[in-house]
Every structure is written in structure tokens, then in C-alpha cells.
Design a protein around this ligand. Sequence first.
Ligand code: NAP
Length: 331
Amino acid sequence: MKNKQFILSARPIGEPKETDWQLKESDMAELANNQVLVQVEYLSLDPAMRGWMNEGKSYIEPVKLGEVMRAGGVGKVIESNSSDFSPGDYVHGMLGVQQYAVIAANGLHKVDPALAPLPRYLGVLGMPGMTAYFGLLNTGLPKSGETVVVSAAAGAVGTVVGQIAKIKGCRVVGIAGGQEKCDYLINELGFDGAIDYKNSDVMTGLKQHCPQGVDVFFDNVGGDILDAVLTRINLHARIVICGAISQYNNTTAVKGPANYLSLLVNRARMEGIVVFDNAKHYGDAAREMAGWIAQGKLKAKEHVVEGLDNFPQTLMMLFKGENFGKLVLKV
Ligand code: NAP
């Protein structure tokens, strides 16, 4: 059996190019003990994948040149050399950008397509949902009546952050690119305000929508937006550094916050988070979020693009704001 795979072939400088990967057709490896053969059905495309292409120390090893590009995914077990999985099971794991994954059984866990559509296990019930849940609740520590601002608000993490903050009784303001995304946040997700950072001034929008200041800022983008929000924070505000997508393709140094002394003045705290630290508690969080979905309090939105061959262009949609909700590639 042949397998189509995207192999990392160069370390990008700035924006990734199609030529940073090579689409290769190779023979399938034999299954060793405790390995499972999975037919990949959906791949999670995440901004973090840009970071995994860089050399250097991070929270996870970089993808090596010549290796299959790392990606989370869901798929169906075709063959199993493990007593934990049988053909026909659906599983989630780091399946990689390829049609078939030969993978150690201990890197997989089962998902149930009868409980939720498969792409949802890559969104609200998967890594981005977990990031929103633990980042907001354990680090943002929102209290009822407080104002929570979230950037990249119409994306995979942002939509969940804002909705959980609403569930917790907060005033929620999203920052997103374009009128359509801002309308969605207010009309569909129940946000109290939305700021279109592409077509309006963020400082003015923050003054208008956060008249009581900002208690929690869940930041996904960094750069100028982080600096703008820092000017509006309240005493003892919590700033969750989840990501900085505006900086990932920089060819110059990352732009740090010029207004950081606002943390001093306001005795505020800025803290980075990595979702994987909460892995032991994913099950509990997924159950609570599935309950919110069932009660209509939490809406999920996936943006599915078809075709493994379209991987490079599809990944780049994240950096152009062309995804609306969790970006998923149907293999
Ligand atoms: P996403 O929000 O679904 O997609 C990325 C969005 O970022 C785009 O749709 C775009 O929305 C916005 N964006 C792109 N370039 C931008 C720029 N220059 N300035 C402002 N906004 C920009 O992606 P996601 O998966 O939810 O990830 C969001 C952030 O969370 C990323 O920074 C990611 O690295 C981070 N993250 C961190 C962890 C962790 O453990 N710390 C885990 C998961 C994700 P607009 O149309 O609104 O511009």
C-alpha cells in the first residue's frame, strides 16, 4: 500500500512557502508490536505548526528536516498490533500530514463519532477547546461581572474563550478581523462587543466597549493589539499569553509590549500557558464542554477544507485570517 506524506524539506524564513514541504509517495512501513495503522480522515491545522518548523528550543521538539510534518488528527484504525485498539475504532493523535499513520498505540485515544462529528474532536472538544478552557479558567481566573477581552476572537481558541467567559457571567469583548466575524461574535455567540481591528481603531473600540476597563485579556495575537489592551487594564488584571500569531512569521525580532509598565502600575500579571500541561484533565473538561454544547450554551464552528494536497495553502489561511472557526483539512 502507498502512503502520501508531506515531508518538511526546509526551515522557512518568514512566511512558509509550498516548497518548504515535499509531497512524497512512499511504501507503508510494517507494523511493529504495539503499533496501529490509522487511515487519517481529518487533520487539525494550527498556528503552532509554524513554530514547530523552526529550529531551536521550545515547549516541544521541532519537526526534523526529512520528517513527516507534525499535525494532530482523527482517523480510523485499519490494522492493530495493540490489544487497546481494533480495526474500525476511531482515534485521535499526532497523526501527521499524511494519508496513513503507523503510530504507537500509547499516542492514541479513542473518539466516538456517534457523540460528535469527527472535526469537533479537533476543535471545541480537542486541543483548541482545552487551551481556551484551562487558559481562561486556571490562568485568566474570570469572575462574574468582570470584563474579558479576547483577540483572534472568531478563531478556534477565541470563540471558545469568549463563550466560556459568557457562561461565567462576564462582559465579553472580542477583537477580530472584518465585519462578518464581528457580527458573528455578537449575533451568534452573544459577545457584548466586537472590535474589527482591520477597519477600526482598537484603542477607540476598547474605550467604547470596555467602559469599566479590562480585567482579563486572553491574547492570541500579540504585537500592537497586546499593547493597546495594556493601556486599558484594571488593577490586578490577568493577561493570558496564549499565542502571538502576529509575530510568528517575523523575519525581525518579536515585538514585545512597549506598554508593559501598565502591569506595574496595575499590579497586574501576565502569564504564558501551554495546553499540554493540562493533559491529565482533558477528559473532565471535554465532558463539561460537551454538556454546554448539549445545553446550547457553547457553539462550535469548524472550517473544513478538502484534500491532503492542499495542505500548504490551507495552513497559510490561518495567517491571512481566511479561516472562520477551527481550521480542519479533510484528507
Ligand atoms: P485561529 O484563531 O483559528 O486562527 C488564527 C487567526 O488569527 C486568524 O483567523 C486571524 O483572525 C488571526 N490573525 C492572523 N494573523 C493575525 C495578525 N497579524 N494580527 C491579528 N490577528 C491575526 O487559530 P487558533 O488555533 O485558535 O490559535 C489562536 C492562537 O492560540 C494562536 O496564537 C496559537 O498559536 C495559540 N495557541 C496556543 C496554545 C497554547 O497551548 N499556548 C494552544 C493552541 C493555540 P482574524 O481574521 O481575526 O485576523
